[in-house]
Write a protein of this length. Structure first.
Length: 255
């Protein structure tokens, strides 16, 4: 299958799952993909990109690794891209094989996404988790596909290096029980963060963040052992989930 045809097909989640591949769009995202060392099937680039110094460096980096680079028109690239302005470059790559591993050090933090459906939010949350030293991020059913093109862009390259794993709730619950990882959740009715002391934090911890509208799913809610909240000004009901996740992960970080 030609790379352009494959890239067009990968706009659909079912195709990504069947082909076990994803699309990375834009100069910065493709640069991060190449820098990560992950395998790449090939690049599609326009003449405009080849005429720019940064674009030439990107093409040279790909060709230096033996990655095929195909020239396409702007219209052809647009037909395969998720964005209105794909910046003249697109890469197709295999989705990395990742599994959730047991905590290896004395402390660990896991972030669990429960039904987060906005790709931009999920990408930002993964980027934040990577920046704050989270061991791995788990995406439960109902969460947007982690390899959706907008999620990939929003992570700003973090998805290429941070372990992000789709799992069923049952599988994650078994993992947490096996490795003695308590499950906490962000909840507006929880204990305010400023009342959570460093001494009270467990060495290993999983934090669940959920869909702002729907809240925690029933099986997750039943398994949570502690709920934490961000104290807010009266009259403000909630925060964007990506903002809230950043505040909580920073406050509950390991070490």
């Amino acid at each position: 299958m030609k790379l352009l045809t494959l890239a067009r097909d990968l706009q659909r989640r079912k195709a990504r799952e069947r082909q076990h591949r994803f699309v990375a769009e834009g100069v910065r995202t493709v640069e991060a993909l190449l820098a990560s060392g992950l395998p790449v099937d090939g690049l599609l680039v326009t003449t405009g990109v080849r005429e720019q110094a940064r674009g030439r460096e990107l093409v040279a980096a790909a060709e230096g690794r033996g990655i095929p680079v195909s020239s396409v028109t702007e219209a052809e690239l647009d037909s395969a891209a998720d964005t209105d302005t794909p910046q003249g470059v697109l890469a197709v790559a295999p989705i990395p094989e990742r599994v959730l591993r047991a905590p290896e050090g004395p402390v660990s933090r896991f972030l669990v996404l429960d039904g987060l459906q906005d790709p931009g939010n999920v990408g930002t949350v993964i980027r934040t988790a990577a920046a704050l030293g989270v061991t791995a991020t788990v995406a439960l059913p109902g969460t947007v596909d982690l390899w959706n093109a907008k999620v990939v862009r929003s992570t700003m390259g973090a998805l290429f290096v941070h372990p992000a794993v789709p799992m069923s709730w049952e599988a994650f619950a078994e993992f947490a029980a096996t490795h003695a990882v308590p499950i906490w959740a962000a909840d507006t009715d929880g204990v305010p963060l400023d009342q959570v002391t460093t001494a009270s934090l467990p060495a290993h911890l999983a934090l669940v963040v959920s869909n702002e509208g729907a809240g925690l799913s029933a099986p997750v809610s039943a398994a949570v052992t502690s709920r934490v909240a961000i104290r807010m000004t009266p009259g403000i009901e909630s925060l964007n989930v990506a903002v809230a996740a950043g505040i909580l992960l920073h406050a509950l970080r390991a070490g």
